[in-house]
Design a protein around this ligand. Structure first.
Ligand code: SF4
Ligand code: SF4
Length: 221
């Protein structure tokens, strides 16, 4: 009989202990989160999905070159050397090992890794992510291309005008030196002619002697 009451007492005590634990957790904050609606915070240095600042990307392709698994694909067309017509900038997360080498290699700091780790899907093709915010040419890109074309045209005209001016100046120099040399030649020939005339007009020293002799003879009479 005493054993019966002892077992009864043990049962009541253990039930109360269990209920106290249950009651304690009933009013405490739950530790589980309702993923994917809720997410636990991750470290600031966590290497999750990539984010591209498309406007700052120089299209150098270094990120793709350093990637050890070659999972980055970049495709764009460059207009007037500056404006990018973007077609593709994708990362295949089936292959990515989240090493961060692409981020370290980026000279423009346009590529970073975020804390977003959610890549769950039922289709593997969906984890090939295109990071582009836009593709093709936007209105502002078209405007930039127009301005760059106008500037290039103006520069071309300016250079042509400068070249024409330089050629004209060179021609003028050549004509001036030719004229100067021909003038100097003509003045030389004129002076030569003048000298010839002077020589012709000058009295012959022999003739003078005869005259003086004759005159003297007249004086002698
Ligand atoms: S994190 Fe590493 S594996 Fe992933 S894209 Fe960048 S370089 Fe490639
Ligand atoms: S390394 Fe940076 S700047 Fe160069 S293509 Fe990649 S994201 Fe763009």
């Amino acid at each position: 009989m005493s054993g019966y009451f002892k077992d009864l007492n043990d049962g009541i005590v253990s039930t109360l202990k269990g209920m106290s634990v249950t009651l304690k957790h009933l009013f405490s904050k739950p530790v589980t989160v309702q993923y994917p609606d809720e997410k636990l915070p991750v470290s600031e240095r966590y290497r999750g999905k990539h984010k591209l600042t498309q406007g700052g990307c120089r299209g150098c392709g270094l990120c793709a070159k350093v990637c050890p698994v070659e999972c980055i694909e970049i495709d764009f067309e460059r207009h007037m050397k500056r404006v990018f017509e973007w077609k593709k900038f994708s990362i295949d997360y089936n292959k990515c090992v989240f090493c961060g080498l692409c981020v370290d290699a980026c000279p423009a700091a346009s590529l970073v890794m975020t804390q977003d780790f959610d890549l769950s899907t039922e289709d593997r093709r969906e984890v090939v992510k295109d990071l582009l915010e836009w593709t093709g040419l936007r209105e502002e890109d078209l405007e930039n291309i127009r301005l760059l074309k106008e500037k290039a045209e103006a520069d071309k005209k300016k250079k042509a005008a400068e070249a024409a001016a330089a050629a004209a100046a060179a021609n003028a120099d050549a004509t001036g030196s030719e004229a100067a040399s021909s003038k100097s030649a003509s003045s030389k020939s004129a002076s030569e002619k003048k000298s010839d005339r002077s020589e012709a007009a000058a009295p012959n020293p022999k003739g003078k002697g005869k005259k003086n002799k004759g005159g003297k003879g007249k004086d002698d009479k």
